[in-house]
Design a protein around this ligand. Structure first.
Ligand code: C5P
Length: 225
């Protein structure tokens, strides 16, 4: 479906692990809006490249894959995460690994890849409204969004949250490794030339360090009001 410019958009940007994903889901549910997890598109692009043996720095080939991604986002049962299909195959768990996030951040600086994904992201703007989560939602993809949030938290707290999530899933991880992966990814995301991670001029800064999910949710809902 083509982008509907009359639909309101709320953008939630910030570094990895700041809690954007959970908050985006909760806000979307609360308002009955659609949701765009833009990071999933970069993760899917990287995964598609790896599956067909295209090098992650081969800009033309990765961009071609990005343009032709056959993706479906299938909402789960109430409160369940969205299932993600790539060429009909369920890759929900595969795209959520730390290594897929790292691979995504390697294809994300490629200009042609970002261009290939731009309109696909904008087409998520549909009535009754959209909550869009990413790095450049407020700056590039939806610059006219009426509500823009830039969510941060200290790298240490983000590593700790991620550690707890992965532990719950039974994954054996070291907090020091997670912290250095997060710091490396931050550096790649903020340091790149195209669409670097940074708050839009009109974004509201929200530091979630030490806050519970409910506290953050209430702050975001207050902004929307
Ligand atoms: O948000 P998530 O961790 O899923 O994103 C994975 C990677 O995709 C990020 O580290 C970033 O490099 C890239 N990304 C991006 N622009 C977005 C969303 C994600 O460059 N809007």
């Amino acid at each position: 479906m083509k982008q509907d410019l009359t639909a309101p958009v709320i953008t939630i940007d910030g570094p990895s692990g700041a809690g954007k994903g959970s908050i985006t889901q909760l806000v979307a549910k609360k308002l009955g809006y659609d949701l765009l997890d833009s990071g999933a598109l970069y993760r899917l692009t990287a995964l598609a490249a790896i599956k067909v043996g295209v090098a992650l720095d081969d800009e033309d080939k990765v961009a071609e894959l990005a343009a032709s991604l056959d993706v479906a986002f299938v909402p789960g049962e109430y409160g369940e995460p969205v299932n993600v299909l790539l060429n009909g195959e369920d890759v929900t768990n595969e795209i959520r690994t730390e290594s897929c996030g790292t691979h995504a951040s390697k294809v994300a600086p490629l200009v042609k890849v970002r261009a290939a994904l731009l309109q696909r992201q904008r087409d998520f703007q549909q009535l009754p409204g959209l909550v869009a989560d990413g790095r450049d939602m407020g700056t590039i993809v939806f610059p006219n969004a009426p509500v823009k949030v830039y969510m941060t938290a200290s790298a240490e707290e983000r590593a700790e949250r991620r550690y707890r999530q992965l532990k719950e899933k039974g994954e054996d991880v070291k907090i020091a490794t997670l912290l250095s992966e997060i710091q490396e990814r931050d550096a790649r995301d903020t340091g790149r030339k195209t669409a670097p991670l940074k708050p839009a001029d009109d974004a509201v800064m929200l530091d979630t360090t030490g806050l519970s999910i409910d506290e953050v949710l209430n702050k975001v809902l207050d902004l929307i009001k």
